[in-house]
Design a protein around this ligand. Structure first.
Ligand code: PAF
Length: 276
C-alpha cells in the first residue's frame, strides 16, 4: 500500500489513475477504523480504485471538544488497510488546514441540529472535505448515514460547486445491540457500551410507534425524549425532520427521519432512524 503524505504527490497519483481510465472511489476518515469504515471501504471497491484518507481535522472540533483525545491508532489502521488490499492511503500533513484563509460555511443548514451544539463543526467538515476533493477529484465519495446532516451538507456542497464526485450514502453499521459504530465508542467500557445500546433502541421504539399508527410529530418526539431520559441520556436534541432536513415534521410520513444527539458518561452519541 502507498502511504502518501504529500499533497502534490496525492494529486498526481489521482490524476494518473484517472488518466489510465480507473475510476477513483474516495473514503475520507479520521482513522481509528472500525467496521463502519470497513463497510464504506468494501462498498467503495464496487465503484473503483479506493483511496482512503486518514486525517483528524482540528477545524471540525470546537474549543471544548475532544480533538486532543480523539481516538487515534495509525499503525493499526495501516495494517487493517493493507489486509483489505487498499492501494492508497492519503495521510495529509497538518498544513492541509493550518492557516486556511477561507472556510466554507452553510449557515442555513448548519445552524440546525448538530450545528446548534457544534457551531463551527460543519465549516470545518465542509472545508476539509472540499480540500480533499480538490486534491483527489474522486469520481465517487462514500459517507456513512450515521452522520446524516454531514451527508446532506456534503451532497449540497458537491451540487453548489459543480464537483465531479458522486456522493454515495452508506447505511450505518451497528453492534448487535443496535449501537452505531463510531470511533468515539472507544471511550466507553463494555458495561457502558451495553447501556449506550439503549440510544438506538429508544429511536427504534419511536419508529415502531409510527409503524403502529402514531403520526403526530410531537407525540413521537416526546416519546423518543422520554425513552432517552429513562435510559440516562442527557439529550442535546431529538427531532423529526423531512429527509432533506428542511423542516421539522408535525405530521410524520414514511421516509421522514428522527435524528438525535445525547451524552452518556460524557460521551456524545449521535444516531438516526428513518420512519418506514
Ligand atoms: O465523518 C468523518 O469522519 C469526518 O467528518 C470526515 C468526513 C472524514 C471529515 O473530517
Amino acid at each position: 500500500m502507498n502511504i502518501i503524505t504529500s499533497i502534490a504527490e496525492m494529486k498526481k497519483i489521482s490524476k494518473d489513475l484517472k488518466k489510465s481510465s480507473r475510476q477513483v472511489s474516495f473514503i475520507p476518515t479520521m482513522g481509528k477504523l472500525h467496521d463502519g469504515h470497513l463497510n464504506l471501504i468494501e462498498e467503495g471497491k464496487k465503484y473503483g480504485e479506493v483511496i482512503v484518507s486518514i486525517f483528524v481535522n482540528p477545524a471540525q472540533f470546537g474549543p471544548d471538544e475532544d480533538f486532543d483525545n480523539y481516538p487515534r491508532d495509525f499503525e493499526n489502521d495501516v495494517k487493517t488497510l493493507k489486509d483489505l488490499n487498499i492501494g492508497y492511503l492519503f495521510h495529509p500533513p497538518a498544513d492541509i488546514i493550518k492557516n486556511t484563509a477561507t472556510y466554507l460555511i452553510n449557515p442555513e443548514y448548519s445552524n440546525r441540529l448538530e450545528g446548534i451544539f457544534r457551531p463551527t463543526h460543519f465549516q470545518g467538515v465542509l472545508t476539509i472535505v472540499m480540500k480533499l476533493f480538490c486534491i483527489i477529484n474522486p469520481d465517487f465519495a462514500l459517507f456513512g448515514l450515521k452522520d446524516y446532516q454531514q451527508y446532506i451538507l456534503i451532497k449540497k456542497m458537491v451540487e453548489d460547486y459543480f464537483l465531479d464526485a458522486r456522493v454515495i450514502p452508506v447505511p450505518t453499521v451497528r453492534e448487535k445491540c443496535g449501537l452505531a459504530m463510531s470511533s468515539r465508542n472507544a471511550y466507553l467500557d463494555e458495561k457502558d457500551k451495553k447501556i449506550a445500546c439503549n440510544f438506538y433502541q429508544s429511536l427504534k421504539k419511536t419508529a415502531d410507534l409510527f409503524k403502529a399508527g402514531e403520526i403526530s410529530g410531537e407525540k413521537l418526539t416526546v416519546s423518543a425524549i422520554k425513552e432517552l431520559i429513562k435510559s440516562g441520556f442527557k439529550i442535546d436534541y431529538a427531532k423529526i425532520m423531512d429527509q432533506g432536513l428542511n423542516t421539522e415534521k408535525r405530521t410524520v410520513d414514511s421516509g421522514d427521519i428522527l435524528l438525535a444527539a445525547a451524552r452518556f458518561k460524557g460521551v456524545r452519541l449521535i444516531d438516526n432512524i428513518f420512519f418506514e
